[in-house]
Design a protein around this ligand. Sequence first.
Ligand SMILES: Cc1cc2nc3c(=O)[nH]c(=O)nc-3n(C[C@H](O)[C@H](O)[C@H](O)COP(=O)(O)OP(=O)(O)OC[C@H]3O[C@@H](n4cnc5c(N)ncnc54)[C@H](O)[C@@H]3O)c2cc1C
Length: 315
Amino acid sequence: MLEPNTQSGRTYTRRRWATVKPAAFEYHRPDSVTEATELLADLGHDAELLAGNQSLGIIMANRLATPDHLVDLGQVEALSGVTVREDAVEIGSMTTHRDLEFADDLRDALEMVPEAAEQIAGPAVRNQGTVGGSVAEADPAGNYPAAFVALDADFHLTSAEDERTVSARDFFVAYMFTDLGPDELVTGVTIDRAPFPVDRTGMAFEELKRGAQTFPTVSAATSLRVDDPDADDPVIEDARVTLANVADVPLHVPDAEATLEGGTLDDGIDAAADAAIEAADPSPEMHADEEWKVELAGEYTRRSLRTAHERATTR
Ligand SMILES: Cc1cc2nc3c(=O)[nH]c(=O)nc-3n(C[C@H](O)[C@H](O)[C@H](O)COP(=O)(O)OP(=O)(O)OC[C@H]3O[C@@H](n4cnc5c(N)ncnc54)[C@H](O)[C@@H]3O)c2cc1C
């Protein structure tokens, strides 16, 4: 609220902030996944998981969510960490954006993931925000959802009763809505490395955003595996193209991938950008109308593919 202040003899305005606080809730801090899932089973729809609190805190402060119980995963050490094996990468759901950003072995194996992490907000958000919170939130502009769909990752979900694995491509169902049940939590992510041999693969996560603290207007997660990185015009064996924030869910574009596979980058890049434009179905935002976002879908597909190709051919 703005109000005049004339104490000093000068007239200016003083800002008095309205206090916004969450509704009362009961706080739980389990030490293990078992304890956390048992709490979820007991508390059902009245409970919300708490991870890095970079999204939930804002939502609760504005009373857009008023859970009676918060189940804080911060003490569940088993959920944090990155393991880079020869055949696969495992990422625990409580691994922070910062942990991924600085995981050198992960950057060597699957460059797209740390590149997606390092472009999220500023250091304060990256220090706290987690992989599990990001995929569970399922913001269509989110970085990991697009990267994990491009890489065809698997998400591991656990409840007190059951454990199951869901492909990232099936997990994001509708706008900020996932396949996750109310009694389930995301324990981690697995990415099969077989399609991405490091000596013949390049990846890129390229995005347009208005400022460090904003979600991107559009981003493109791409990967290209070539037959011979030393050839003048290597043939693309495997292509991945997924866009963020141009549809209600991460937008996987198989038509773009099909135009690239079996030819050179120059053969397929224009058709791939056209396929991205054709597939895009964005919602307008205050700073970006639909038409511009569709155009950006094509442009960022092109940019990301060029970077991925350069990386695949200059190892
Ligand atoms: C200023 C700002 C800018 C941002 N910019 C970007 C950006 O550019 N790109 C981007 O991708 N993100 C961005 N974010 C979001 C950020 O990545 C958040 O960290 C993330 O979306 C939520 O993760 P969290 O760990 O903070 O989750 P929380 O806020 O703690 O939780 C979010 C939701 O996920 C649920 N949840 C958390 N963990 C689990 C789990 N293991 N299993 C099941 N459900 C779970 C919670 O119950 C809650 O509903 C931004 C955030 C801010 C504040």
